[in-house]
Write a protein that binds this ligand. Sequence first.
Ligand code: ZN
Length: 309
Amino acid sequence: MVHIRSKTWAALTAVLVWAAPVSSAQALEIFACEPEWAALAKVLAPQAKITAATHARQDPHHIEARPALIGAMRRADLAVCTGASLEVGWLPMLQQRAGNPKVRDGRDGMFYAASAVQLIDVHERVDRSMGDVHAEGNPHFHLDPRRLKQVAAALAERLARIDAAHAADYRSRYRDWALDWDRRLQNWEQKAHPLSGRAVVAQHSSFAYLWGWLGVEQIADLEPKPGVPPTVSHLQQVLKQVQGAKPMAVVQTLYQDPQAGRWLVERVPVPLLTLPSTVTAEAPASELPALFDTLIDALLQSARSNAPR
Ligand SMILES: [Zn+2]
């Protein structure tokens, strides 16, 4: 008995000794809940193996906990998610099914971007009559490039903590990225100046942070209540609001049903813009800088062709 035990122990030690250098050379596995965090993780940890749970044509509020995602979560050293209950419908189930202690809430391996920023539209009290409202505040903050930078700084520190051997690399990559980002931020703000004070109609609060950053006013929401699909009676009210205000565009994301937007633009001379709300698999918006370039260019084009009265 003792003999077998010591033999097993010897075998185990051998495995550990052999495994140690391999695991330190092994790429970090990162599970990103949304494509914007996958893109950011790729900038800070280019060697990492990154899985994005959702893509630009999927609604990040609602996805299925598919086996492939459970597998990726099981292997993850770090999960990077939005938080603020954006993923409340699927992430807890994924964490539970994956059974990976590293990515449990409260562990260093579970990074919630929302913890690095201040959210807008925080509700003190929420009840059912308000619809599917985000009680902790609007979680679609990645479309504010200033908040995105705050997330990048916090994510770099988290990477430095969980992979201490490469801490200096994560920090220096963040510094390089932040310098470049600041330059872009200045250019975007200059370029987008004509958008300030302009009005839009949009669906949900998906672009609220973008509007806030650019000084654009969302005068109506195609959703009657947050998370509740548009209805004809609600759209008729929106139509009345819009007729006098002349918004520069009706804006929807790639994952929202275009029906409501189409209904509206058939009745008012305003263009319907279907814009990516995150990085997409296809160029040009396949990386974060290009996403903001794409959004600003599309909005500027609408603003020019729909001058205010
Ligand atoms: Zn939302």
